[in-house]
Structure formats: C-alpha cells, structure tokens
Ligand binder design. Structure first.
Ligand SMILES: [Zn+2]
Length: 434
C-alpha cells in the first residue's frame, strides 16, 4: 500500500547571478514585513495588553505599503511565522520566565535576507526544464517582468517531475547563497502490519518517553535535551544585547531548534524500530488532556504543532505508517493515577519521587512505566494483574539513573536507552541492579 507524505527537496540555483538581486529584494521585503508586523504587535500589546492574533495582524498589515512587495500569499506566510514565533514564546514562557519574545530582523543597518515562501499562486513550476518562476509583489514588479525565473538542480536521485504535487517553494538564504526548497507530496510504499503486539507509550519530563512493550519497559530519558537547553540558555543570556536578541542569540536559538528536531527524529526512529523488532503493530500514545486547555493557549492562535509531545506524536505517526505500526492517540485521563496491576485509582494512591505506590495491592512501580502500561492496556485490556502479571516493575533510583526490579513476575526489567552524543543514537544502557 502507498501513502502520501510530505518531503522537502533542496535545489541549488544554476543562474544565481541573474536572480540573486531579485531574491535579495524579496528577502529584504519579507524582513520588513516581519518588522512592521512585530512593531504593530507591540503597539496593540501596549493598548490592550494582548498580542493580536494572526487574523488581526494580517488584516492590519494588508493596508501597509510593504505588504505588496511580495505576492499576497508570501506576505501572509511571514505573518504566520511571526504568530508561530509568538506562540512558541508563550509556550516557553510558561516554563521559563526569562524567555524572550520574537525580535526584529536587523542586521546592522540592513535587514537580513528572510526566507520567502511561494504558495500555489506564487510560483509556476516547469520540472521538465528544471525551472521555476517565482512571483514578485506588485510593488517590485518592473515593466518587463513580474517574476523571477530560476533554474535549479536537485540531487541526481530526486526527480521533481515524479512527485504528486509541489505544494510550495521556499527561497532560503543559506549564509552564502540562495537555494530553493521544494515542499512536495510524494507516495511512499508502506509495509503491512508489523505484528499483533501492542505497546503503550507515556510522555514525561524526565523520561521524555517510556514505552511498555509486551515484554519489557524501555525508558528514553531526555538527557540530551536537558543539557542542550542549559547550554543554549546560558549562551542566550551571555549574548543578550540592549536592542533585543543579537545575531549570536538568533543563531543559538536556531541551533537549539535544529538539535531538538534531530533528537526527536532519532528518538522516534528508535521507538518505531523497537516496535518492528518486537512485532508490535499497535502503539498507544498518551495524550495529556490538560495540554489543550491551558489558559495561554487561548491567546493568539493555538498551534499544537509547537508542542514537543505533539511533534513526537507526529513523527511516530508517519514513521509508524511506513513500518506497519499503527499509532493511536489516547486520552491520558486517569492513566497516571490508576494502578496498572489492580486497576485501583483511589486518591490514596500516590506518586513519590517518580514511584507509583498503590494502596490496594501495594504495588510500587516506576510511575512512568505504570502510565505506559496503562496506555498499553487501553488497547489490550487484560484482567488486571492476571495473565500479564505486569506487576510493573519496582524501581529504585541509583545514581540518578532509574532501575531495578524487586518483585516482578516478568523476566525482564525496564531498560534505559540513553541518547549517545558521539554516535547520535539511543544506546542500551547497562542495567544497574542492586
Ligand atoms: Zn494496585
């Protein structure tokens, strides 16, 4: 079976000399639109104490002269990016009071070259001749040309005439020159189901993911993310200037975002691979209800994809689809409070220092494992504590590293797969048994 997925292919520009002035002025315009919208957001904020949402910003910006420097869809995209940046800041501010709002795009006396996105009516693609026309806004049109004709070359194994559809084209300044990013819909062959097994997964802060496989629990700590956040946050404070974020700070943020993305990819690759190897064809993902309800989510436009957990979920979903692992989003309602062995969910059950303690059956288990196990049982309801004898696993913290089984019917213990910087993969960590 084939499924349709989104892929981005990079093309290097063959006639760079001819088009770079044109692209420079579009990139400069995108920065200007960003700055005017950013300034507007500040004024509205001062007036009414809240950041204007995307729609309000767009309708205000449409009356600004700079709006027509770009194709209307390209201008709108800039506002959407700014709204996203504000949303990320809200998300971050929730956890870190010192987080900075999105800044202005300044580069000394000049504006930097922003990425320009051309949507459906902003480009005409000619894949047979490796050419694409990128449209300018009416302000920048000259008598003889209202578009930039760019010749490009992709990697030899990429053929853009074979994709289902080119959704949009982005002109990106890579630091040395402009390049084109083609965002495409392509068909991917998928595998049949990886098996009858069911696994459950629980997201958390310390263990970014805990997976209950049919035969084992695996913890994936967010060790890399934590170290990175610390390092980059420090770098940010060190470089914060009087006029807002410096270029180094912008670099640090981009770098952090890249590394986070990379981490999520490696994490989700590792989980899906484990599923396939263990014949798990269904993976139940916990979906914390309260994440959607938070107050600050109501300000501005709610963009769930800015959430780390949502990104992990999305990666799991599309990677799972390719490998025959169905990924189901389940509400987390009560999964952290319920005992995975006896099903008891009374208030006297508690979580202490990462351990779940059941007052009924006296289970003491790693709280994340308990949550993941409950997710698993949502799909494979097994009489609590019977055939599966999950008993979870009693764990103790040893040198800040989880582990150790004491009373368990299972033969296996949870293992911790730590992210290894050198290899860039998750490694199985030796288990610490006391
Ligand atoms: Zn219990």
């Amino acid at each position: 079976m084939a499924i349709e997925v989104t892929r981005t292919f990079v093309g290097s520009i063959q006639n760079h000399q001819q088009v770079c002035d044109g692209l420079d002025s579009l990139g400069d315009s995108a920065s200007k639109i960003w700055n005017v919208a950013r300034w507007t957001a500040d004024r509205v904020w001062d007036e009414i104490g809240k950041i204007p949402d995307e729609g309000t910003l767009k309708s205000y910006m449409k009356n600004q002269s700079c709006w027509k420097d770009l194709n209307a869809q390209s201008s709108q995209e800039v506002i959407e990016e700014l709204s996203d940046a504000f949303q990320s800041w809200f998300d971050l501010r929730h956890k870190d009071e010192k987080a900075n709002p999105p800044g202005y795009r300044k580069h000394g006396d000049k504006r930097p070259r922003s990425t320009v996105t051309f949507k459906a009516n902003g480009f005409k693609h000619d894949p047979e001749n490796n050419r694409v026309r990128l449209s300018k806004g009416s302000n920048l049109k000259e008598s003889w040309s209202d578009f930039i004709l760019s010749e490009y070359q992709t990697r030899p194994d990429v053929d853009l005439s074979k994709v289902n559809k080119v959704q949009n084209v982005r002109a990106v300044w890579n630091g040395d020159e402009w390049e084109l990013h083609f965002v495409c819909k392509v068909d991917l062959e998928t595998n049949d189901s990886a098996g009858d097994g069911v696994a459950g997964i629980d997201f958390g802060i310390k263990n970014i993911a805990t997976v209950a496989f049919p035969d084992e629990y695996v913890l994936y700590p967010g060790n890399l993310l934590k170290q990175d956040k610390h390092y980059f946050t420090q770098a940010e404070y060190d470089t914060e200037g009087e006029n807002g974020p410096s270029e180094k700070l912008m670099w640090a943020r981009r770098k952090l975002a890249d590394r986070e993305t990379h981490f999520y990819h490696v994490l989700t690759d590792a989980i899906i691979t484990e599923c396939v190897e263990r014949n798990v064809g269904t993976l139940a993902v916990s979906w914390p209800e309260d994440m959607r309800e938070s107050d600050w989510g109501k300000t501005g436009n709610k963009k769930l994809h800015t959430w780390a957990f949502d990104r992990i979920y999305q990666y799991l979903e599309y990677k799972g689809e390719i490998c025959g692992v169905e990924v189901l989003k389940e509400n987390e309602w009560n999964t952290s409070k319920t005992c995975s062995r006896c099903g008891d969910n009374t208030k006297s059950n508690r979580i202490e220092r990462g351990l779940y303690v059941c007052s009924s059956c006296k289970l003491v288990a790693n709280a994340d494992c308990n949550g993941a196990e409950n997710m698993r049982q949502k799909i494979t309801p097994s009489p609590h504590g019977e055939d599966r004898s999950n008993g979870c696993v009693v764990v103790r913290e040893t040198l800040s590293l989880v582990i150790t089984k004491i009373e368990d019917f299972r033969t296996t213990q949870p293992s911790v797969h730590l992210f290894d910087r050198e290899s860039g993969t998750f490694n199985t960590r030796e288990q610490v048994v006391s």
